[in-house]
Design a protein around this ligand. Structure first.
Ligand code: C2E
Ligand code: CA
Ligand code: CA
Length: 281
């Protein structure tokens, strides 16, 4: 794709595909890992891999908004998604060893560009095999944009990763036009309830009720349900009341460096203390 494509970008963003290539070639892609907590036990059951890029000019860590859109526009996203998987999978093997008999999965986000790579499932399989990670410890997080693209010609991709045993989770659930029809149509194992619904809990808006209803819907369908962006004890209490099994958010932990996630896992082996707030009757 054209080198001259430029992002309509934020201050501090990379502005051209060649800058992005140079940063990737220089090994400046790093990953932050955000723990996912089981709300019954307080145990950490997974971590989501979130890409960061060290700005070659300033040395600052850039968030995904500053380079993922450019990577998507210029055909570099498949490379980034593969690099994230290659970094995260061997770490997941170490983290599983640290967790002993307890289950631990690693989540990676997948863009549409990643799907058009014919060998996605092969890539996941060989990366896991090389590191010694069972494929069923990998959670592929896909948004509705990705599922719509699958609907128009990439059907076999999800089928192939499903056959490998990977878990497929629908990210930002509830924000798209056809969340429910996608659920009915594709081999989806879980949903992540979008943080915009979670943030409405306690504000008196309907979004809070929608969050609780989506938890119940997901559970009725036998899906893994994760609430995203949990920031307050009140949000946690409402989600627990609705029977939400898993959550992630700043209330428990921000995304961490690999070393800091290791320390977090060691510290949390007896469970993350869950802040308590009684619900009003
Ligand atoms: P996402 O997959 O929905 O990731 C969750 C985002 O919410 C992350 O933002 C995370 O840092 C943020 N977050 C988590 N808990 C809280 C909270 O309690 N409060 C608030 N305010 N935010 C919270 P981040 O890291 O900036 O990532 C943004 C998006 O970039 C991700 O949204 C995902 O769509 C995309 N992305 C990140 N890494 C990758 C990647 O490796 N490949 C692809 N294709 N996309 C990626
Ligand atoms: Ca995600
Ligand atoms: Ca999300």
């Amino acid at each position: 794709m054209a080198e001259h494509v430029r992002a309509a970008h934020l201050p501090g963003s990379l502005s051209s595909a060649s800058e992005l290539d140079a940063a990737l070639d220089a090994g400046l892609l790093t990953i932050a890992y955000q723990p996912v907590i089981a709300l019954r036990s307080g145990e950490v059951v997974a971590a989501e891999s979130l890409a960061r890029l060290r700005d070659p000019a300033t040395g600052q860590l850039l968030p995904p908004d500053a380079f993922i859109p450019l990577a998507e526009e210029t055909g570099r996203i498949a490379r980034i998604d593969r690099m994230v998987l290659a970094q995260a999978v061997p770490l997941a093997v170490q983290w599983r060893a640290l967790m002993g008999a307890r289950p631990f999965s690693i989540g990676v986000n997948l863009s549409v560009g990643g799907l058009s790579q014919a060998g996605l499932a092969d890539h996941v399989r060989t990366t896991c095999l090389a590191a010694g990670l069972p494929c069923n410890a990998v959670v592929l997080e896909v948004t509705e944009t990705v599922l719509s693209a699958i609907g128009s010609g990439h059907e076999d991709v999800l089928q192939a990763v499903d056959e490998l045993g990977c878990n497929v989770t629908m990210d930002d659930f509830g924000t798209g036009y056809s969340s429910l029809s996608h659920l009915a149509r594709f081999p989806i194992d879980g949903i992540k309830i979008d943080r915009r619904f979670v943030w409405e809990i306690g504000t008196g808006g309907r979004g809070g009720l929608v969050a609780a209803a989506l938890v119940r819907l997901g559970r009725d369908l036998g899906l893994h349900v994760v609430a995203e962006g949990v920031e307050t004890p009140e949000q946690l209490a409402v989600l627990q009341e609705a029977g939400c099994p898993f959550a992630q958010g700043y209330l428990f932990s921000r995304p961490l460096s690999a070393d800091d996630l290791t320390a977090f896992l060691v510290q949390s082996r007896r469970g993350v203390p869950l802040p308590r707030r009684e619900l009003s009757p």
